[in-house]
Design a protein around this ligand. Sequence first.
Ligand SMILES: C[S@@+](CC[C@H](N)C(=O)[O-])C[C@H]1O[C@@H](n2cnc3c(N)ncnc32)[C@H](O)[C@@H]1O
Length: 240
Amino acid sequence: MKRAVRANFDASVSAYDAYERRTRRFTALARLLQAEMRQRTDAFDSILDAGAGTGISTRVFADGGARTVALDLSHEMLRQVGESERVQGDFDALPFADRAFDAVAFTASLFLTPEPGAAAREAARVLRPGGVVGAVAPLGWVRADGTDVFADLDRESRSPADVGTVRTALEDTFVVETGVWRFATTAADVRQFHCIPAMAARLYPGLSPDERVEKATDLLAELDGTVEQRWQWVVGVTEA
Ligand SMILES: C[S@@+](CC[C@H](N)C(=O)[O-])C[C@H]1O[C@@H](n2cnc3c(N)ncnc32)[C@H](O)[C@@H]1O
């Protein structure tokens, strides 16, 4: 599973950046998550960006003034991270000392591991007492009439962990608060999102990156109008 996630993101750099240039969605998610995390801790000087990807979330945290360490499984994604310290690794087994960070953020990454409990426990270990963890996980795409875009569409797979599993993993380890962010978006944006091979893998994991993007584009060809994209956020604190 991890090998597949890594290969999928290694093949996704240019499409990921194209989607971000078009929507700025991951920047928005990192900013919103950072605001929620900051409210719940007295110091936010060092942050582990767990699942940093190409560094979109890393730049948000670094611009906020924190020493930011970008960690990711994917060498190709991580190569795009700019100035910040980079570590290729697995957030289920963090290569850092106990109590090394004020904050750990999983911006659109914790749902990509099949057993998020391990990553939640690792986050707790590397956080100082009173430190804060934050995660954002996708709730999907909803049409104006309230139906899920994918409810009637033929697909072969889902994310490794659903939002409920992510939330429970963090609740088991931290005192958490949660909420939902909603973004009005377009059918064309949904199609562009699924031009990212790692995202199309959610639909057709068995196909090659090109084939799965082509099949996802066909699957979504008829979608039109406005769609709401929903993301669940979860923020937790360790005992001070
Ligand atoms: C959707 S991207 C989000 C990237 C970035 N946080 C952003 O906001 O643009 C998810 C990232 O999580 C990484 N990832 C998934 N599972 C991981 C794991 N077990 N350990 C480290 N990184 C992981 C992927 O390689 C990918 O780069």
